[in-house]
Write a protein that binds this ligand. Structure first.
Ligand SMILES: *Cc1c(COP(=O)(O)O)cnc(C)c1O
Length: 466
């Protein structure tokens, strides 16, 4: 009999599993040689249970990074699993061009109802579906570009402004507006040219400068960039509040407020990429709320389905939507993905939104985040921790040589990788970004799990920086 994937017995032996995996898989975001060399462990997971990942032998590992920031309510959450199963027995997928189905319509209604609002600004009014975050960013960029083209009066508005140290995904357009060198540099010759404004990152503030002052200074620089280039620019894209892939660098909410004002003054569209920070991650349902602004285009993905299925939604204002209405098909937004608006993914998203509402998750997260702050605080005293920062359910520890903010570790020391290995050996999946160790747990994480997380993080940092 052929061994199946579900034949746990055949995979119980970790070494056997590893060999089978490495014989056939090419893992994402991985230098595969580090697996071959045994430098990078490979964690076999049989099932998920809340914030736990469970191995075939029953061993438990805490998913402290919500599986790349997708998971909100825990793994295998029964309400979401049930909603997907029910939908699968009803309508698994159907083309969304020329066809309508309840999950797509109901999810759009729900998203528009909860999207960030700003007094005096017309609200986000239409939802366009894609099937992953990068694709959602591509949609927003193309919409902004095409909207100006359709207006016809400003043919020179073809460029984008993005933030230095920003991240918006891996596809060519999304990578073009990203500025994390590790992902970008190799492909630079393939990318479109983008204008980068300085990041408002508070960690980069001058000594004694407040986060707010640092954000104001970055906004002043954005103002100068727009003065010089606004006529060429169709949109500005940014990650509100936290530049996640850029090392969980956080900024004061005043930056987004200023950026919104400046975009308005210069007639530039504002794209908020809340793919990582949306759905309660930074303490409010959407990070834009902390700045009291609404964007022209809002990108959502990752936690949108509670971490169950790939889906992205791009929310647009009525004015943007109206700009595509015409007798000509070329003026329409002809972008499409085969799985646009997939009913299973929409059903998962609806179930996740129900949980966010019915369980009062955003309010509960306030208490969880306070607990995280209490546990994280003492780690600031470790010799090589230069900064401990938090935005709601994200806590980051910046590791530097001697804890000096301006002296990063020599990358060859692989401090982050060593912390990863040390934590993994102690039953916690931490996946540092460079030398930034961070917590971004599922919202269902409990006191005992947080205590474990804090203890293991301390031990991992000590071991990695020794
Ligand atoms: C992860 C991420 C993306 C890309 O989403 P994928 O689904 O991984 O393609 C885009 N923007 C931000 C801010 C992200 O964190």
């Amino acid at each position: 009999m052929t061994k199946t994937f579900h034949d746990a017995a055949s995979l119980a032996d970790a070494a056997d599993w590893r060999a089978r995996d490495l014989a056939v898989l090419w893992h994402p975001c991985t230098q595969m040689r580090e697996h071959d060399d045994g430098l990078m462990p490979l964690l076999p997971v049989a099932r998920g249970d809340g914030a736990w990942l469970v191995g075939h032998d029953g061993s438990r590992t805490l998913d402290a990074i919500s599986s790349w920031w997708t998971n909100l309510h825990g793994h295998a959450e029964p309400r979401i699993a049930g909603a997907i199963a029910q939908q699968a027995h009803t309508l698994e997928h159907v083309i969304l061009a020329g066809v309508s189905h309840p999950p797509a319509v109901m999810l759009a209604e729900r998203l528009l109802a909860i999207a960030p609002r700003e007094t005096g600004r017309s609200p986000l009014a239409k939802v366009f579906y894609a099937d992953n975050g990068s694709a959602g960013v591509e949609v927003a960029l193309k919409m902004a570009f095409h909207w100006f083209r359709n207006r016809g009066d400003e043919p020179r508005r073809t460029r984008f402004i993005a933030l230095s140290n920003g991240y918006h995904g891996e596809t060519i357009g999304a990578l073009s507006v990203g500025d994390v060198p590790l992902y970008r540099r190799t492909y630079a010759p393939m990318l479109m040219e983008c204008l980068f404004a300085p990041s408002p990152d508070a960690f980069a503030a001058r000594d004694g400068q407040s986060a707010a002052a640092c954000a104001e200074e970055a906004a002043d620089a954005l103002a100068r960039l727009l003065d010089d280039h606004a006529g060429e620019v169709c949109a500005m894209i940014l990650e509100p509040r936290v530049q996640c892939a850029g090392g969980m660098r956080m900024h004061h909410p005043v930056y987004l407020k200023r950026a919104r004002e400046l975009c308005d003054v210069h007639g530039v569209l504002l794209i908020a990429d809340e793919i990582a920070v949306g759905f309660g991650r930074t303490g409010t349902l959407f990070a834009c709320e902390q700045s009291g602004v609404a964007p022209d285009l809002l990108c959502l993905s990752k936690g949108l389905t509670g971490g169950f299925l790939p889906l992205a939604a791009v929310l647009a204002t009525q004015s943007i939507y109206d700009g595509f209405l015409d007798a000509s098909r070329e003026r329409a937004f002809l972008h499409s993905h085969s799985y646009s608006g997939n009913p299973l993914a929409c059903a998962a998203a609806l179930a996740s939104l129900d949980i966010l509402r019915d369980d009062g998750v955003v309010a509960r997260n306030v208490a969880t985040a306070a607990r995280m702050a209490m546990l994280a605080g003492p780690l600031a005293d470790l010799a090589h921790v230069a900064d401990v920062r938090q935005a709601g359910m994200i806590v980051a520890f910046e590791l530097t040589d001697g804890g000096d903010r301006r002296r990063p570790f020599d990358p060859a020391r692989r401090v982050g990788l060593r912390a990863y290995r040390a934590a993994m050996a102690r039953g916690v999946l931490l996946r540092p970004l460079g030398d930034v160790v961070y917590w971004m747990p599922p919202y269902c994480v409990d006191e005992a799990q947080l205590a474990l997380l804090a203890r293991v993080t301390r031990e991992a940092i000590v071991e990695a920086t020794r």
